[in-house]
Design a protein around this ligand. Structure first.
Ligand code: SF4
Ligand code: SF4
Length: 378
């Protein structure tokens, strides 16, 4: 039986966040019994965003986790592989922008700059036979998933499990998008990664979460919660329950694979009574598509809907600066630059929305068919 702890934390007041993160981790006795070793704090550092943008795990949350494990005598490293190219210069820029460089200065925690890649045979895998990981991330004794609670254009939700996709280096992630381009397959790949990494603990920054067109262009939603647990699937289940997000592929597939039990009393909850939280369900991403009705309507209707009304990315030409980030990160390479503006060949688009996620100018929107609006609402 697993345990998830949910604590209130109204805002990013430094002392409050550090103390509440400490209190949350301290309530898990098993963490205090670990043999001393190297701990990777796998933070969500999607791209070069300021902490107040609500895209990356807030640095004070990361600092609270770092300090907790340092106080237990562990050697702590912070790391992630953001979207796009993976090299020390880009890493430094991301660490600096996201406030993580300052965390390292304040705590003396190590920041990972090692971009060497290793190929491994994944443990407990259902879908993937080999896995390319950041080598330095495999050389630690324990991994802590320190993610951000957000909606996600492709996967509906990103939290503890999806955060571990950043164990895969840079643009290598595009290969996984290309090979597993529907949400169910992609969810199983994410679960395979999570099973292999086997994080010792997962924590979610839900103080300022994101709804709508997350994980980078949505609206900040002040949820005022910090969540943690030893089983990332249980943590995601509770987080999506709180956020009112149904049909999340990683949660559905974890349940199907027997990694998540949700019957009464399967998960021990501590902290706030979540049944008393009055929370308006999170706004869904505009890309929410017919996978939501998968299995509930005849297959031919579903296929028609998939082909005809599935939302697709659309470049807002007035906002595009021609930086080429989307071109480099599009898995099937269907974006090109013409006269310094991105142009998408939607016939080859796999709807991964990596372009939408990584565009630094928020210049890629989501085009919805009128019927899609009718089915899923505005
Ligand atoms: S759409 Fe965004 S990422 Fe692509 S070239 Fe334009 S500004 Fe850059
Ligand atoms: S155009 Fe965008 S959504 Fe389509 S495949 Fe390329 S990155 Fe993915």
């Amino acid at each position: 039986m697993g345990k998830v702890c949910v604590l209130e934390c109204r805002d990013y007041n430094y002392d409050d966040v550090i103390n509440i993160v400490h209190g949350l981790l301290d309530s898990f006795e098993e963490l205090k019994e670990l043999n001393q070793g190297k701990v990777l704090i796998k933070t969500n550092l999607l791209k070069k965003n300021k902490p107040e943008d609500g895209v990356t795990t807030h640095p004070y949350v990361v600092e609270g986790v770092v300090r907790f494990f340092q106080n237990l005598g562990h050697d702590v490293m912070i790391g992630d592989s953001p979207g796009g190219p993976f090299n020390p210069i880009i890493l430094k820029g991301v660490y600096e922008a996201c406030g993580i460089l300052d965390v390292a200065k304040r705590t003396n925690a190590k920041l990972n700059y090692d971009t060497e890649v290793i190929e491994v045979k994944p443990k407990n895998s259902m879908l993937i036979n080999n896995l390319k990981l950041v080598k330095a991330f495999t050389e630690v004794d324990y991994v802590v998933s320190c993610g951000k609670l957000k909606t996600h254009t492709m996967m509906t939700y990103t939290g503890a499990v999806k955060n571990l996709f950043g164990m895969i280096p840079g643009v290598t992630k595009a290969d996984y998008h290309l090979k597993m381009n529907d949400p169910t397959h992609f969810a199983n790949m994410l679960i395979d990664v999570c099973e292999h990494v086997n994080p010792i603990f997962s924590i979610l920054d839900g103080i300022e979460a994101m709804e709508g067109d997350g994980p980078s262009s949505g609206d900040i939603r002040n949820l005022g919660l910090l969540l943690g647990g030893t089983n990332p699937h249980e943590l995601d289940y509770i987080a999506t329950y709180i956020a009112g997000l149904d049909n999340v592929p990683t949660v559905i597939e974890a349940k199907r694979r027997g990694l998540l039990k949700t019957e009464d009393n399967s998960i021990t909850l501590s902290g706030v009574d979540i049944s008393n939280l009055e929370i308006r369900p999170f706004k869904l991403p505009g890309s929410t598509h017919v996978n939501f009705v998968s299995g509930r309507i005849p297959k031919f209707v579903e296929s028609f809907l998939l082909e005809e009304i599935r939302p697709y990315p659309l470049v807002k030409l007035d906002m595009c600066i021609g930086c080429g980030v989307c071109v480099k990160n599009c898995p099937p390479k269907v974006i090109r630059l013409e006269y310094k503006k991105a142009v998408i060949d939607t016939s080859g688009c796999i709807r991964c929305f990596c372009c939408h996620e990584l565009c630094p100018e928020k210049a890629i929107g989501i085009k919805r068919h009128p019927l899609h609006k009718l089915v899923f609402g505005k």
